[in-house]
Design a protein around this ligand. Sequence first.
Ligand SMILES: *Cc1c(COP(=O)(O)O)cnc(C)c1O
Length: 406
Amino acid sequence: MARVNENFLKLPGSYLFSTVGKKVREYQEANPDKKVIRLGIGDVTLPLPPAVISALHTATDEMAAKESFRGYAPDLGYEFLRSAIVENDFRCRGVDISIDEVFISDGAKSDSANIQEIFAENSKIAVCDPVYPVYVDSNVMAGRTGTYHAESGRWSNVIYMPCTDENDFVPGFPEQVPDIIYLCFPNNPTGAALTKDQLQKWVDYANQKNAVIIFDAAYEAYISQEDVPHSIYECDGAKTCAIELRSFSKNAGFTGTRLAYTVIPKELVLDGISLNGLWIRRHGTKFNGAPYIIQRAGEAVYSEEGKKQILEMVGYYRKNAKVIYEGLKAAGYTISGGVNSPYIWLKTPGGMGSWEFFDYLLERANVVGTPGAGFGPSGEGYFRLTAFGSYENTVEAIERIRRMGN
Ligand SMILES: *Cc1c(COP(=O)(O)O)cnc(C)c1O
C-alpha cells in the first residue's frame, strides 16, 4: 500500500500572504473609493533591462536554426555563464573561485530547499528568527526538525537564533552546537547586514565546530556600505565551511525568468568526502540544467551595458528604500534595514502586535505591509515594508503614514 511522506503533514499551514491578501480584498470591497498602496511585496516590479531582453531575443533566434540549436544544457551550467560569474562576482572582489565550484540552477529558493539533501538525516540546523521560511520547511519535509509546538511557533529539533533590536538583528552563537547554519545577509525580512568582522566570527565558529554555513546572498546587490562583504568567501577560511547561494532575481529582475547559482568550494570536505562532488552527483540526477536562453540572459547581466542597467534598476529600489527609511524616521518610528537592503523593518508603535498594526495601517493610511510575526515568533512587534513598489506610490504611502501620526 502506498503511503504519503508523513513529514509533509507536520507542516503548519502558511497563512501569511493569503491572510494579507484576504484582508486587503475585504477592505477594498468595503471601501471601493480608497486607493490602497502595497508595500508588502517581495517581488520586483521593474521590467528586465534592455541588455537582457536583447540577449533573450538573440538566443531565441539561435534555437530556431538547426546550426545553432541547443538541447540539454551541461548539468552544472554553460561555461560562458560560469566564467562570467567567477570573473565578475568573485575575482573582481579578490576572491578566487574556480568555475567547477559554480553550479547554475533555476533559483535560490530551490537551491536553499534542496541543499539539505547532502547532509546526514540527523543533522541539527540553526536558523535566525525571524527567517525566510524555506530553510525550515525543507528540513521539515526531510524529517529533521522534530515536533512543532503551535504555541511557541517552534520545532523541537531546530536551533533558533533570535534577531531583535536587542542584538541589532545580528544572531549570536547558539548555546547548542548546530551542524548546519543558515545565514541570509543582507537579511530578508529584517534588512540587517553583517560587517566583514561579524561574518568572519561566524566563519571561525563554523570551522571550529565543524559546522557548515549555508550563506544566502540573494540581496548582495543592495549592499551600500564598505565594510559589508558581498560574498562569504571574502572571509578567511570560508572555503572550508561555507556554501553560498546567489540569485538573479533581486539584482536583475529574474523572479519570473528564473536563474541562480550555488558555490561549493572543493575545500569543503566532511569526513573526507567532498560536498562539491556530492552536489555534482545530486545535480546530475535531479536537475537537467537551466535553459540555454535564460543562461544567455544571465550572461548579459555581466556585460558592460547590463551592469550599468542593473545598477540603475537597483538604484531605483534603493531610492524607494531611502524614502521609506527617512520618512518613517522623521515621523518618529524606530526602524532598521533599508541601507543594504530593499527591506525596511520597523518596530510597531505603542507596543501594538504585528497584525494589529497591519490593520491599523490598512485602515488609517491604506498602506499594506507584512506583519513581522509571519516570519517567526521573534518577528512579533515588528513590521516589514519593501522598496519594490513604484517611486510615486512609495512617496505617497510614506506621506500618508506621516499624516496618520503614531
Ligand atoms: C527572493 C529570495 C531568494 C531568491 O529566490 P529565487 O528562487 O532565486 O527567485 C532567495 N532567498 C531569499 C531569502 C529571498 O528573499
